[in-house]
Design a protein around this ligand. Structure first.
Ligand code: NAD
Length: 260
């Protein structure tokens, strides 16, 4: 019997990158993945690919900042599969600008996707988890949940904020057997990071190779990127952990960048 047989995980931002890999890894271990994303065409493609060789997956159109869309998507998933065991709050964007040039609109947009998105999906899923008296929520933080970098004020702020939300959900969820934890990846080569490399090179006045070597991987132990699979394995560890011994915690997965 596989670890997640018959279980249901809703993963936001799962049409691409890290979220997509988490959904695939969950399905590989027997679970039904719900691919919630702004990009419905790519979400459907991911769900179709998973469904070809694994358990049925469902794509739902969801802007995580939209209260009604979140509620609808979560309800749709619960109706289709009868339960929500795991929420992975993963949808996110990056905006690269120094604080003194950062428009208020960019600040609000990033905080809304990362923080409103985490809150709204948590609230909607907790309803089902509390009824079932079981569940696991995993937030995708970042090394930037614990550490700062230039040009990333809203991102660093939002990622630190997720740790606070996680700790409160861990305390409130305990009596319902619902756990909350944060996985904090280092740099992973996804579209989100591939877009940043030329942007950072321009803003910092250095080459793209220097951005990779001297900015992104400088503080790792071995100069190696973290992979989507590394992150997915860490998420599944939290999602599958059977007791409240592991809740309210955050784990850095980063080739040693930022040691606690
Ligand atoms: P990505 O750009 O490959 O994928 C992000 C997905 O989120 C996309 O499918 C996009 O459509 C979706 N999305 C964006 N806004 C949305 C919204 N409002 N509602 C629903 N879906 C939305 O990015 P990724 O690198 O896979 O990042 C996933 C998460 O991992 C993010 O929270 C990011 O901050 C975090 N993270 C990434 C890295 C990295 O190096 N790539 C490192 C640490 C943390």
């Amino acid at each position: 019997m596989a670890r997640f047989d018959g279980k249901v995980a809703l993963v936001t931002g799962a049409a691409s990158g890290i979220g997509r890999e988490i959904a695939i890894a969950f399905a590989r271990e027997g679970g039904h993945a719900v691919i919630a994303d702004l990009n419905m065409a790519a979400a459907q493609a991911t769900a179709d690919e998973i469904g070809k060789s694994g358990p049925a997956a469902l794509a739902v159109a969801m802007d995580v900042t939209d209260e009604a869309q979140v509620q609808r998507g979560v309800d749709q998933a619960a109706q289709k599969f009868g339960r929500i065991d795991v929420l992975v709050s993963n949808a996110g964007i990056q905006i690269i600008k120094p604080v003194h040039e950062l428009p208020l609109g960019d600040w609000k947009k990033l905080l809304s996707i990362h923080l409103d998105g985490a809150f709204l999906t948590t609230r909607a899923c907790l309803k089902y988890m509390y009824q079932a008296k079981a569940g696991a929520i995993v937030y995708i933080g970042s090394v930037h949940s614990k550490e700062a970098s230039k040009l990333k004020a809203p991102y660093v702020t939002a990622k630190h904020g997720l740790i606070g939300l996680c700790k409160v959900v861990a305390k409130e969820g305990a009596e319902y057997n619902v756990r909350a934890n944060v996985v904090c990846p280092g740099y992973v080569r996804t579209p989100l990071v591939d877009r940043q490399i030329p942007e950072q090179a321009r803003t910092l006045g250095i080459t793209e190779e220097q951005v990779i070597k001297d900015v992104m991987l400088r503080d790792t132990v071995d100069g190696v990127f973290t992979t989507t699979d590394d992150v997915a394995q860490a998420v599944l560890h939290f999602a599958g952990f059977p007791t409240n011994a592991l809740t309210g915690q955050s784990m850095v997965v980063s080739h040693g960048w930022f040691m606690q």
